[in-house]
Write a protein that binds this ligand. Structure first.
Ligand SMILES: *[C@@H]1O[C@H](CO)[C@@H](O)[C@H](O)[C@H]1NC(C)=O
Ligand SMILES: *[C@@H]1O[C@H](CO)[C@@H](O)[C@H](O)[C@H]1NC(C)=O
Length: 137
């Protein structure tokens, strides 16, 4: 190993340890309003699975904090709610890790009546990114 490689390694180790204090965070957030429950079912590509759960109250959320590890980490969620119709979005990819181990990542998914809103930045508000699929009841 030459000097620049050693420097790089030390830098990455230090940076990794420093960064490791902040976990990554997935948030599924119910802002449907009018007491409409949001049903969610999230799982990763390993053995983590929330089962089918319900966020009953306006502004309630499911928050999952975790650290990246070596290998692929993908989280998917099925989201459902009912008003005049059945609204859903299945297999929404809510998190996918990168080649480099990251920390302090945010993936916030906010369910509103007119669609799914998203932000990956604590300083920025959520924005509309997806529409619901629907079927008549
Ligand atoms: C999620 O809920 C927790 C408490 O249950 C709260 O502290 C946090 O601010 C909520 N986050 C969002 C984005 O609403
Ligand atoms: C719902 O709609 C989106 C496109 O907006 C699509 O990607 C997705 O596969 C659809 N199906 C289900 C079952 O959610």
């Amino acid at each position: 190993m030459n000097h620049s490689k050693i420097f790089m390694l030390v830098f990455l180790l230090f940076f990794g340890l420093y960064e490791a204090k902040n976990p990554n965070r997935i948030i599924v957030h119910n802002q449907l309003g009018s007491g409409i429950p949001l049903q969610y079912h999230c799982h990763d590509n390993g053995d983590k699975d929330t089962g089918v759960r319900t966020l009953s109250e306006f502004n309630s959320n499911w928050t999952h904090t975790f650290f990246d590890s070596i290998g692929v980490i993908v989280w998917n969620c099925d989201l459902h709610f009912q008003t005049d119709k059945e609204y859903y979005f299945d297999n929404l990819e809510v998190y996918r890790n990168g080649i480099i181990i990251r920390s302090g990542q945010l993936r916030q998914w906010t369910a509103r009546l007119d669609g799914i809103y998203f932000t990956r930045d604590y300083k920025k508000p959520v924005e509309h990114v997806l529409n619901w699929n629907s079927t008549n009841i």
